[in-house]
Design a protein around this ligand. Structure first.
Ligand SMILES: *Cc1c(COP(=O)(O)O)cnc(C)c1O
Length: 382
């Protein structure tokens, strides 16, 4: 551990590996499964998680930027790495150096990559790219009317080759909405195939699609065009099903822990924390935790959330401050300084999940996990 301040996140190798295998089995033998490890593997630690996934056979990884790709490359020299957010000016040379496969959807992307590919002496069709189509997310991806212009560029003898056509569903849990997006995607794929291009993969679908087996639509489409489906799964790897999708006994990979710093009794009528938002209505025993919003422990948990102490729930009292939080342990008589506390995780048969925190704070498990600050050491455990 790189810090003596007692707050850390334990990342379970075994649970991550098990979730990956579970998803692998669910996806079936056809689809390529791409493990999304962007944003420091959703806060779990990119390099360590990539090692575990690679050991289970993962070959494709999704990252956000060249920096993440470089970090991954150090531990997985042979991996295929997809940049999910395109690429920014100044990144193309490093993208090539890191053998990064960028998602592309603008002429600017093609310009940047072709120039860099020429500088690197890359031959015709030797640089794979994943062409993204906007099928309704309206975030990134080429719109249908932009396709001819892009295809004119990609169909020539330049260095770039469309290895995959990809899109992203905005409401994967809603079959009707996904179906509308599939229709637009189909039109795009048709145009691409008509232009004489033969993408190896059709890539669509996130955790929700693997869990809901809506990935079937992508699989059917891929089959029709002689391509392989690629499904990109993120959150489920870390043990959470996106809201509303089936739970297939995934196991949360991350446990967030701290220890009680000190304890005090306050009399009835005494307040606690900034703004005096908590007022004791009885003699109350408070435990101080070295976890605050600077650690990613949401201030929205003030007077709302709870943590686990000795397997029992200790309510958060007063405002969560930058580096500290107080919890009520009046009912937990044995609570003592040094006790291990679960902010996320299991203790004595009870558990608190990132999903539960998300519900308490009007957020989603994704954000709760990604918010855990870099100053919280990640520790790999079995
Ligand atoms: C983040 C991301 C995913 C993974 O989504 P999950 O819901 O975490 O499975 C898939 N595809 C793209 C393009 C993404 O940006």
């Amino acid at each position: 551990m790189t810090s003596t301040r007692p707050i850390w996140a334990e990342i379970s190798r075994e649970k991550l590996a098990r979730n990956y295998c579970r998803l692998r089995a669910l996806a079936g033998p056809g689809p390529e499964l791409l493990s999304v490890i962007k944003a420091n593997a959703y806060g779990h630690g990119l390099e360590a998680c990539a090692r575990v996934l690679a050991a289970e056979g993962a070959q494709w990884f999704g990252v956000t930027c060249v920096e993440e790709a470089a970090a991954l490359r150090t531990v997985c020299p042979g991996a295929r790495i997809l940049a999910l957010s395109g690429l920014w000016p100044g990144e193309a040379d490093r993208a090539i150096e890191q053998r990064l496969t960028p998602s592309v959807w603008t002429v600017t992307h093609l310009d940047l990559l072709e120039e860099a590919a020429r500088r690197a002496g890359i031959g015709a069709g030797e640089m794979p790219v994943h062409l993204e189509i906007d099928t309704g997310m309206s975030r990134q991806g080429a719109q249908l009317e932009e396709l001819p212009q892009l295809l004119a560029r990609l169909g020539t003898a330049g260095p770039l080759r469309i290895e995959a056509v990809m899109t992203h569903f905005h409401s994967p849990q809603d079959p009707a909405m996904a179906e509308r997006q599939i229709q637009v995607f189909t039109q795009a794929v048709e145009q691409i195939v008509k232009a004489g291009l033969r993408p190896e993969f059709l890539s669509a679908g996130s955790s929700a699609d693997v869990l809901e087996q809506a990935g079937a639509a992508v699989t059917n489409l891929a089959r029709r065009y002689g391509a392989r489906p690629m499904l990109r799964t993120g959150l489920a790897l870390y043990g959470y099903a996106p809201d509303g999708s089936a739970n297939i006994s995934l196991q949360p990979v991350l446990a967030w822990k701290t220890r009680i710093t000190s304890l005090r009794w306050i009399e009835a009528g005494t307040t606690a924390g900034y703004g005096a938002t908590f007022k004791a209505n009885r003699r109350t025993r408070l435990a101080l935790l070295p976890a605050g919003y600077a650690d990613g422990f949401s201030r929205l948990l003030s007077n709302r959330g709870w943590v686990l102490v000795r397997g029992q729930r200790a309510p958060i009292v007063g405002r969560v401050s930058m580096d500290q939080t107080m919890v009520d342990v009046t009912e937990i008589a044995e609570a003592a300084a040094g006790d291990e506390v679960a902010l996320i995780g299991e203790q004595g048969g009870d558990r608190i999940t990132a999903q539960r925190i998300a519900e308490l704070t009007g957020s989603i498990a994704y954000e709760v996990l990604c918010a855990i600050a870099p100053r919280v050491p990640r520790v790999m455990v079995e």
